[in-house]
Ligand binder design. Structure first.
Ligand SMILES: Nc1nc2c(ncn2[C@@H]2O[C@H](COP(=O)(O)OP(=O)(O)OP(=O)(O)O)[C@@H](O)[C@H]2O)c(=O)[nH]1
Ligand SMILES: [Mg+2]
Length: 292
């Protein structure tokens, strides 16, 4: 059992590299040896080999005011989170050395995370290059959608786990080998609770929140909105058909996080996509996130 969130992480976590067809078993932050990644590869021809390596990234300061709002946790949970944070710092160092922007894309199941990514990959047209670590409990459906949109992707299946952690992302990064000065987006498992607790080593956190979810979600799941840099309010094409007060939803988000940036968008119609791509491109310059 994962004492942090109640999900069962004793199940095997698998990564599927959709470029090579390789499948490997990953460890979670709970079970991994800090700084060492041991996993089994299955080559496209079906042969297997076990592979272990350390990370060469230097340590970075956490600078993580975002986690200041973590609710009081049990000592075992604290140990899991502390171990995860150490691995996240290693990811951060590895990424900083290569000037890679890691973005953690979170949100409820069906909010439109993959739809947003598909459109983003097509709109950016490779400038900057984007690759994706896809998190889902099961299936490579989203990974296949990302591949069809034109980006390299590793699909991580968490089994019964309800979030990605820093060890899984480290395994995904090792498998992806992203280019220097590129963007890696982690689409986290659809969930408004646990992903907010686990630092992956990302520089930016974005919550996709759709107009079919109800305006009160920032109040009911405040931690997710507290740790986010940006809320993408998605599916605005549906506004004429749903009972959703955009102004109230945005006020609720600002109530829990006065500094949060907000962007209205439709991954269906493309409204707001240009501004989102501009925000993303600006983020790759390493400057402070654009206020929206
Ligand atoms: N009308 C409308 N539908 C959308 C929009 N964005 C996504 N959808 C639809 O919403 C459904 C869920 O979209 P996904 O992109 O799979 O959502 P997700 O957040 O990736 O879902 P999980 O990965 O399961 O957590 C699909 O049927 C999409 O076509 C939008 O802007 N407008
Ligand atoms: Mg998805």
């Amino acid at each position: 059992m994962c004492e942090t969130c109640g999900c069962d992480t004793s199940a095997e976590v698998h990564a599927h590299n959709l470029q090579t067809g390789g499948i490997l078993a990953l460890q979670s932050a709970r079970t991994s040896n800090a700084g060492t990644h041991v996993h089994e590869h299955v080559r496209p021809d079906g042969t297997r080999f076990v592979h272990a390596h350390g990370r060469d990234g230097h340590h970075h300061g956490h600078g993580d005011a975002e986690l200041g709002g973590v609710p009081a946790v049990h000592p075992i949970e604290q140990r899991i989170l502390a171990k995860n944070d150490g691995l996240a710092d290693q990811n951060r160092g590895w990424l900083a050395y290569r000037k890679i922007l890691l973005l953690n894309l979170m949100g409820a199941p069906g909010a439109g995370k993959t739809a947003l990514l598909e459109r983003t990959i097509r709109a950016l047209g490779g400038v900057p290059p984007v690759s994706v670590i896809e998190g889902d409990q099961a299936t490579s459906n989203d990974g296949e959608r990302i591949r069809a949109a034109g980006a390299p992707v590793v699909q991580v299946n968490t089994g019964t786990g309800c979030h990605l952690d820093a060890a899984m992302v480290a395994g995904g990064l090792a498998e992806l080998s992203p280019a220097r000065e590129s963007v890696v987006v982690v689409e986290n498992v659809g969930n408004l609770v646990c992903p907010a607790l686990f630092d992956l080593g990302e520089r930016l956190r974005v919550v996709v929140f759709s107009v079919t979810e109800g305006e009160d979600k920032p109040l009911k799941y405040p931690h997710m909105f507290r740790v986010a840099d940006l809320v993408v309010l998605n599916k605005i094409d549906l506004l004429p058909h749903v009972d959703f007060d955009v102004t109230r939803a945005e006020a609720n988000a600002r109530l829990v996080n006065p500094d949060i940036a907000l962007l209205r968008l439709s991954a269906r119609s493309g409204d707001g996509l240009e501004l989102w791509c501009h925000w993303l491109r600006h983020a790759t310059t390493g400057q402070q996130a654009l206020p929206l």
